[in-house]
Design a protein around this ligand. Sequence first.
Ligand SMILES: [Zn+2]
Length: 307
Amino acid sequence: MARNPIQFQPGLSLPAFLEQYGTEAQCQAALFQHRWPKGFVCPECGNSTGCRLSRGHYQCHRCHHQTSLTAGTIFHATHLPLTIWFLAIYLLTQRKSGISALQLSRELGVAYNTAWKLKHKLMQVMHERNQGEKLSGRIEIDDAYLGGERPGKRGRGAEHTFPFVAAVQTDEAGHPQRVQLRRVSGFSLVGIRRYAQQAIAPGSQVISDGLWCFRAFDTPIYSHDRHITGGGRASVKNPEFNWVNTLLGNVKNAITGTYHAPRYLAEFEYRFNRRYDLSAMIPRFLTVATRTPPMPYRLLKMAEAYA
Ligand SMILES: [Zn+2]
């Protein structure tokens, strides 16, 4: 089946990126601006006067607490120069298909394990950002799985290890605007109700197939179109599910395996939803990064601690 092409805007060029974020001082200034847009604020007592000690370290004038630009953020206790972090953000956000940890280690000139940690911390930032967002308007929705075969629509069974909902918000003309890939506890009424509360704005028009659990949308809060498709290839051809099927094809090409799947889904969702705004992605990413709490390696390694 021919897939609809998904358009991405050209991003920030590498020279343009380096001009803005090529030195440690530039990266520190950018981080400061996103962390403390109205000037230094002591994380201990909230006081707004302090002095810069050295290398991104600050001391509060009131309680004398010392802190750094990176303390308490996703950059916490890093041994890497900020220029390496920023370049990693650039490589992860500006490329249409993202970048693997192995590729990242080669391009940054760091060890694989370092690149892996870097990538997963950045994906955590994307996850944090996605969590607050809801889809609205016309939404195509489908059940999906990672980690097992999906032999047509009726292959919903125990062999599927990672259930998630794939949703696409389209405009009036049926073109995709935003996507969502969210883990659910299962395809039960309770699981989908919880999902709906977190992910779908009231008043939305939800289009699903006849899967029982999608009756969770049969409430006055939503308008729900159920399309009984009969399963198998017929459902794939149903034009109502055009975009959600395209999306799922792309996701499954991009993600192999289910370990850390929530983070990979978050990365896909984040980049897709910002595909028309690539050059603004770095400053916006930094804002969220300074609000994302540190993620120690032991948590990073655990897929389940994350979701
Ligand atoms: Zn203080």
